[in-house]
Design a protein around this ligand. Structure first.
Ligand code: SAH
Ligand code: SF4
Ligand code: F3S
Length: 465
């Protein structure tokens, strides 16, 4: 297992954006999840190879790409709002090109292309085609490519990192999703699941480490179903636990995170692999969505409340210091008060460290939209969501209070929001820690003893070894 890529060639590419050079300039605006952030970095890489450079000033741009999200209706409404702004901008700058990328491009296709502010529409699997679409657009007509692929993983493209800190980067390990949760638009806009070849993932992690990065997050909609089959030797396969080990072995000073785990697919081998390598971060994002078996079944999540809880118990048994975070949907179709209470009770039982919480938003053409009435009134949805948020604040505070007096290794990401005298970074558990800067700099590991906390942040002081 460990020797598969021993003789691998490592090539060191420039991973920072090229700015301030002559030639056409692109401004990229990204919405949605981490996968979209990483996709924008792939897009920039493709464009840079064709002479474009990045600008952070929209007023300087020759081209605006907006990488969109369709997960909830309000995500799409924000994009329509932006298009109205671009329409105004174009009155002053008629040569400005506007392209829509990502999930909303895939979902709405020609409907977006027909908007007066839009010149190019490109879905998530068509980014290699962007230079061609731009050329064709230059020749005089609007362009669209929304074909989904069964193979595309952009494995050979080194994303150009647009993050500010140069410490932490995303690596996509797979694309698409086969799960068909009934509420979710992702399988329709991202297509079928496919796993990227492990060699290219390890190579990217090595390049990042060589360029000063100290943390990578392996990304997929369901990382636990990562499954790569060697096309030249189908008996050679790599699963997620094995991939995690390969990346952990790149360097003990490279932290490894991953997201998102699906409770139905997360195998014990992943938990044991985490336990074996201290540089695999002690944090699992394990979206529960609901604590009610009736809702989980209607959502097609394929696990029960009891199965979820036993997975959590296993994590806590093997890695007691592991933090657990989640996603929750309030007010799914037919959700009763009792179903909602079941969500509150599972939250208390797990004691989540953090959660992303949403009101259910019906997405056109999903199974839920086709078969289940969206029948929880808006005011009840939002009342339930508020209760969930309030409870989570209590839980986050209680979890953080448990950290008082403990020492965590913090990877420094930058100054704290409040002061240049303080640095901030995250613990292995993914909690934000703030401490007096001393002589430390971005990218250092610092041992910090926690002395106070809020529900969102830990504060502490450096301890000497
Ligand atoms: N693949 C990940 C989640 C991707 S989407 C997983 O399965 O866990 C991120 C989160 O958005 C989901 O976990 C869910 O909580 C939320 N979400 C997805 N579709 C939604 C919808 N139609 N309405 C409200 N929230 C939704
Ligand atoms: Fe959506 Fe479910 Fe796939 Fe997550 S696992 S992206 S919620 S269909
Ligand atoms: Fe949104 Fe697409 Fe991600 S719908 S959440 S940007 S996969």
């Amino acid at each position: 297992m460990r020797n598969i890529f021993e003789n691998m060639q490592t090539k060191y590419n420039s991973v920072r954006p090229v700015t301030g050079v002559a030639g056409p300039k692109v401004f990229i605006e990204t919405y949605g999840c981490q996968m979209n952030v990483n996709d924008s970095e792939v897009v920039l890489s493709v464009l840079q190879q064709h002479g474009w450079s990045l600008t952070e000033e929209i007023s300087e741009a020759d081209l605006i790409f907006i990488n969109t999200c369709s997960i909830r209706d309000n995500a799409e409404q924000r994009i329509w709002g932006r298009l109205d702004v671009f329409k105004q901008m174009r009155k002053r700058r008629p040569s400005l090109i506007v392209g829509i990328l990502g999930c909303m491009a895939e979902r709405l296709k020609e409907e977006l292309l027909s908007h007066t502010a839009v010149d190019i529409v490109a879905g998530p699997d068509s980014y290699r085609d962007l230079p061609m679409l731009l050329r064709e657009f230059g020749a005089g007509s609007k362009q669209i490519n929304v074909l989904l692929s069964h193979e595309e993983t952009y494995a050979d493209i080194s994303p150009v990192r647009m993050d500010k800190n140069g410490v932490s980067a995303f690596i996509s390990i797979m694309r698409g999703c086969n799960n068909m949760c009934t509420y979710c638009v992702v399988p329709y806009v991202r297509g079928a699941e496919r796993s990227r070849e492990p060699e290219s993932i390890v190579r990217e992690a090595k390049e990042l480490f060589a360029n000063g990065y100290r943390e990578v997050t392996l990304l997929g909609q369901n990382v636990d179903s990562y499954h790569w089959v060697n096309p030249d030797n189908p008996t050679h396969t790599v699963n997620f636990a094995q991939l995690l080990e390969l990346v952990a072995l790149v360097n003990p000073l490279l932290r490894v995170r991953f997201s998102t785990s699906h409770p139905k697919d997360m195998e014990e081998s992943v938990i044991y692999t985490m336990a074996m390598y201290p540089n695999i971060c002690r944090h699992i994002h394990l979206p529960v969505q609901s604590g009610s078996n009736a809702m989980l079944s209607k959502m097609n999540r394929k696990y029960t409340r009891e199965e979820y809880l036993s997975k959590v118990a296993k994590i806590k048994e093997v890695i007691p210091e592991c933090s657990i975070t989640t996603d929750i949907i309030a007010g799914f179709c037919g959700e009763s008060e009792q179903d909602h209470q079941d969500t509150l009770s599972i939250m208390r039982m797990v004691g989540y460290d953090m959660a992303f919480m949403f009101q259910y938003s019906e997405r056109p053409n999903t199974k839920a939209a086709r078969h289940f009435p969206d029948d929880v009134p808006d005011e009840i949805k939002s009342a339930r969501l508020n209760e969930i948020i309030e409870l989570q604040q209590e839980l986050s505070l209680a979890q953080n209070q448990k950290d008082l007096g403990k020492v965590f290794e913090v990877l420094v990401e930058g100054y704290s929001k409040k002061s240049k005298e303080e640095l901030q970074g995250r613990s292995s558990q993914n909690k934000v820690c703030v401490f007096p800067a001393g002589n430390h700099k971005v990218g250092d590991y610092v041992k910090v003893r926690i002395t106070s906390c809020t529900s969102a942040t830990l504060k502490g002081v450096e301890v000497e070894d």
